[in-house]
Write a protein that binds this ligand. Structure first.
Ligand SMILES: [Zn+2]
Length: 81
């Protein structure tokens, strides 16, 4: 009986996390996910899906720097000032 309660708890936490991720993605929060291709709003260059960054914060939240015009972009393709 006890292990079923644990299982329910784990499933509940996972579901809450997935719902939270979906909400964050819809709000375009830095915690959200973006699977769409990002184009630089400045020079219209397609940004690579896999972003390599030396900055840990950028790596975690998927920031990017345009290789063509050096504009700083977030993972949704918005310019970060
Ligand atoms: Zn650019």
């Amino acid at each position: 009986m006890g292990r079923y309660i644990n299982l329910l708890l784990i499933v509940g936490i996972m579901l809450s996390f997935i719902v939270w991720l979906i909400i964050m993605t819809k709000r375009k929060s830095k915690y959200g996910l973006n699977f769409k291709s990002v184009y630089c709003p400045v020079c219209d260059t397609k940004q690579p899906m896999i972003r390599v960054s030396k900055n840990q914060n950028k790596m975690l939240f998927g920031g990017n720097k345009c290789s063509k015009c050096q504009a700083k972009l977030d993972k949704y393709g918005n310019v970060i000032s």
